[in-house]
Design a protein around this ligand. Structure first.
Ligand code: 3H9
Length: 633
């Protein structure tokens, strides 16, 4: 057998799973495990079987890469039936994570021992699914539906200690988990016929059922639009009301249906894309990042301040640089106010606030960047300003220091040309608010050294970001696609739609915000300034800015924000202004359905994404998805 080693410890068989990297239950493993169970079952010298595993995971669950392909026997539910039905007790020796199908294997055993570092969970909901190999039926029988349901609904794994409290495992050990499992197996042998989860009904009391129904009602209120949450309720209800075999059939039907749901397919695609972005084409593990002990950020505006906070939050000392004392004071006050808000909310302790603030050194003048291992420029979005800074840095920073620009659109090689060390220059594009948003586009121009890119990626992770390496080109990936949507949204207004209709279509689709609410939040003047610098116009957007309606900060933009409101109200004046512009352009306004609006907003983005791939600005389609998930919600 390739994925399971069978050994003996006296009358106890030990089947050790070894299917790197995470012992996922692919066809080969299912087949080998089925054979190991059958061999142990038919061997008269064997009294019990311990299922153990090598590596960092006990079993990470079903093998995702098989989902969507025609299933090949042996099927996991059948294998678990065989383990459970065996007249010889089976004991799981859980040394690492037991997730999804992995925990379901353990649940089909007659006893479970976990090492103290193990984590156990049924995370299927996070993939738009529910457990599909008996988890929804066996877990409620083992620990009660009132405890099993929330565990499956959150999908969060529990520690071994918590698992013991829940009754999910029989024993937790800080020592040799296989030896402890062998000892438990011997005890179970002396007790006679093993207790099977399918027959266990002692926990399924009417009180348990009532608590579960109350939790289910609450979940329906909160997640009624989530098909997996609703399916989970149905499956657990089957566990507490139907015989085991019927409950299993209900679970199977629901699981199969969810597997084909596009939302689940998308979540699985994201799982792999998240791991794929760690692999930067052309940069292998032999490329070592440069050490980063000190940083400098140039520009203490909203972006620069947010970036400095990222460093402080990660425990890296950072010098925040401005040209004038008044500007740096403003910047530091803004940072202090943001930390203060976190303290008031209870998400940050005063001690941690002080520690973080102490890591940010305010300074006036670029010479303060001299000792930094990395300098991130977050100054005004103008090529001349950026070139001046990069030219000045040349004479100041130490050899090997990395020079990054936080530009959202500008050409990195043109910025780097102001400097004699272009191999050390790249883009590090943070998203606003920089201390919150996870996305970090790392812009890799031709000519930058590989170890500089590797350093930026490693640093991005240290800062708690999701770093995605992209090529150089106007707006890189995220903003380049966003620009297509922005233009389409403006065209929709002139053609007949209103701001709330456009925003509503996008939020209905699943975005957290529509383009006009987002522009009002960020400040409409930002786009206005960019358009002017590029000699571009947008009739409605320009007219709104000409009125001084810059968005939330001025109390009105595309919407009205009376008394500092955070969400906008329709503004009849804006709607009249839009109608006037349509008339001026000779456009007869018409109605749009939400579907029409979506197509007009999203199709140009999809096309732009395809062009981005074609030009090699993004390495893989999944990279674009990760950018949109983490940068634009
Ligand atoms: C399920 O079980 C359904 C059943 O109820 C019913 C069935 C009928 N399959 O994350 P990492 C790969 S649903 C295939 O970087 P870590 C991963 O792509 C399943 N591959 O390591 C990566 O590959 P690469 C429920 C998988 O140490 C490598 O393993 N289970 C799977 O940070 C290392 O992964 C889950 O949802 C898989 N199931 O974290 C658990 N899992 O190196 C999902 C991982 O080529 N997995 N890979 O990029 C995890 O949460 C984490 O991977 C884990 C390890 C905690 C296990």
């Amino acid at each position: 057998m390739e994925t399971v080693r069978l050994a003996r410890h006296g009358e106890i068989a030990i089947a050790t799973i070894d299917n790197p990297p995470v012992n996922a239950l692919g066809q080969a493993l299912r087949s080998d495990l089925a054979r190991a169970v059958a061999d142990a079952g038919s061997d008269p010298g064997i009294a019990a079987i311990v299922i153990a595993a090598a590596g960092r995971a006990f079993i990470a669950g079903a093998d995702f890469s098989e989902f969507g392909k025609p299933p090949v026997a042996p099927f996991l539910p059948d294998l678990l039936d065989a383990i459970e039905a065996s007249p010889k007790p089976g004991v799981a020796a859980i040394q690492g994570v037991a997730l999804g199908g992995g925990l379901e294997v353990a649940l089909s055993c007659h006893g479970r021992v976990a090492s103290s570092a193990a984590m156990l969970g049924l995370p299927e909901v996070k993939l738009g699914l529910i457990p599909g190999a008996g988890g929804t039926q066996r877990l409620p029988r083992l620990i009660g539906a009132a405890k099993a349901f929330p565990m499956m609904l959150s999908g969060e794994p529990v520690t071994a200690g918590r698992a013991l409290e829940l009754g999910l495992v029989d024993e937790v050990t800080g020592g040799d988990v296989v030896a402890a499992a062998v000892a438990l197996a011997r005890t179970l042998v002396t007790r006679g016929a093993p207790v099977r989860q399918r027959d266990a009904t002692v926990r399924l009391t009417s009180a348990d059922r009532e608590t579960f129904e109350a939790l289910a009602a609450d979940a329906t209120k909160k997640s009624g639009d989530m098909p997996n949450a609703m399916a989970l309720i149905e499956a657990v209800r089957a566990a507490v009301t139907l015989p085991f075999a019927e409950g299993l059939a209900v679970e199977r039907a629901l699981f199969t249906k969810l597997l084909a749901d596009p939302r689940s397919k998308a979540l699985r695609h994201v799982f792999f894309a998240e791991r794929e972005i760690a692999r930067v084409p052309g940069i292998g593990s032999e490329v070592k990042p440069r050490p980063i002990a000190k940083a400098a950020v140039i520009g203490a505006g909203t972006m620069g301040g947010g970036i400095a906070m990222c460093f402080a939050n990660a425990g890296i000392p950072v010098t925040l640089i401005e040209t004038q004392k008044a500007q740096i004071d403003n910047g530091m006050n803004r940072i202090a106010a943001i930390y203060e808000m976190s303290v008031a909310r209870g998400s940050l302790t005063p001690a941690l606030r002080d520690q973080r603030l102490a890591l940010i050194t305010p300074a006036v003048g670029i010479a303060a960047a001299a000792k930094a291992d990395i300098v991130i420029e977050a100054a005004f979005e103008e090529m001349g300003v950026k070139q001046q800074i990069f030219s000045a840095l040349d004479a100041i920073v130490k050899p090997g220091a990395i020079l990054a620009s936080n530009t959202s659109y500008l050409d990195i090689p043109t910025i780097a040309a102001a400097n004699t060390r272009p191999a050390d220059v790249l883009g590090m594009h943070f998203f606003s608010p920089a201390n919150v948003m996870k996305l970090l586009e790392i812009v890799r121009p031709a000519g930058v050294a590989d170890d500089v890119v590797a350093t930026a990626v490693a640093l991005g992770r240290r800062l708690g970001k999701v770093p995605v390496v992209v090529g150089n080109g106007f707006g890189f990936v995220g903003n380049r696609m966003l620009e297509q949507r922005t233009r389409a949204a403006e065209r929709l207004l002139i053609a007949g739609a209103l701001p709330h209709e456009v925003d509503g279509a996008l939020t209905g689709f699943g975005f957290k915000m529509g383009p006009f609410a987002m522009s009002d939040l960020a400040g409409n003047d930002i786009g206005w300034r960019t358009r002017k610098s590029r000699g571009k116009t947008a009739a409605v957007a320009d007219a709104i800015c000409e009125c001084g309606w810059f968005g939330q900060k001025t109390g009105r933009g595309y919407y009205l924000y009376p008394d500092g409101a955070r969400s906008g109200e329709r503004d009849p004046e804006v709607e009249a202004l839009i109608a006037r512009i349509s008339a001026e352009q000779g456009v007869t306004r018409r109605n749009f359905t939400a579907e029409d609006i979506l197509a007009r907003l999203l199709d140009p983005m999809v096309n732009e994404g395809a062009r981005i791939l074609e030009e090699g600005i993004a390495a893989r389609p999944g990279d674009i998805d990760i950018i949109w998930l983490n940068g634009y919600n």
